[in-house]
Write a protein that binds this ligand. Structure first.
Ligand code: PRP
Length: 191
């Protein structure tokens, strides 16, 4: 789906398909160099990171294992509390593995903080992070991001895996939703 298909729902396009592809290509080239000769495991958190993992993994020029986890963070309303629950775990042993966590967005940072610590506690040889989008102004905990994406403002964004109420994940760019699309339901909080 393209931006023109949902023009009436969006305020503006924040990142074009080309901008996203360009960053992903450059990041993939760096990852391919950094992990050359190592056994790379790319781990995405469902569902938002699926599009980013698909795009990034196809640009990486070394073999990589692709794995998924489903996590929930429970809190009041739509604001994450930091209490993370595993909905669907990995079905492989990560001991001694080089893990690259692939995320669509960092908001509070709590999901990534938990996941990095969890992979290390399970015995991973290394754990690094690529996040396509980063709402730096909303961080509540510190996360080290080896492969940074775009720093974005605190606006409600959809597309390239990011949803509102499970819609818009299949948009091929990143857009800011019109406030009237979500305001009545949840005051515009996003995570
Ligand atoms: C989003 C996103 C990250 C997390 C970031 O997932 O994909 O996993 O929130 O938020 P945090 O930095 O505050 O922890 P979400 O819970 O919306 O689920 P989804 O990916 O299925 O949409």
């Amino acid at each position: 789906m393209r931006i023109a298909d949902i023009q009436s729902h969006i305020d503006h396009e924040l990142l074009t398909k080309n901008q996203i592809q360009d960053l992903i290509r450059k990041t993939a080239a760096q990852i391919s160099r950094d992990y050359a000769g190592r056994d790379l495991l790319m781990l995405a958190v469902l569902k938002g990171a699926v599009n980013t993992l698909a795009a990034l993994s196809q640009e990486v020029s070394i073999p990589a294992q692709l794995e998924f986890m489903s996590l929930s963070s429970y809190g009041s309303g739509t604001t994450s509390s930091g209490s993370i629950t595993v909905r669907q775990d990995l079905d492989c042993d990560v001991r001694g593995r080089h893990i690259l966590i692939v995320e669509d967005i960092i908001d509070s940072g709590r999901t990534l903080r938990w996941l990095v610590d969890e992979m290390k506690s399970r015995g991973a040889a290394s754990v690094e992070v690529f996040a396509l989008l980063d709402k730096v102004c909303r961080h509540e905990v510190q996360v080290d991001v080896k492969y940074p994406g775009f720093v974005i403002p605190d606006e409600f964004v959809v597309g390239f895996g990011l949803d509102y109420d499970e819609r818009y994940r299949n948009l091929d760019s990143i857009a800011v939703l019109k406030p009237c699309e979500y305001q009545d339901e949840d005051q515009g909080e996003q995570s």
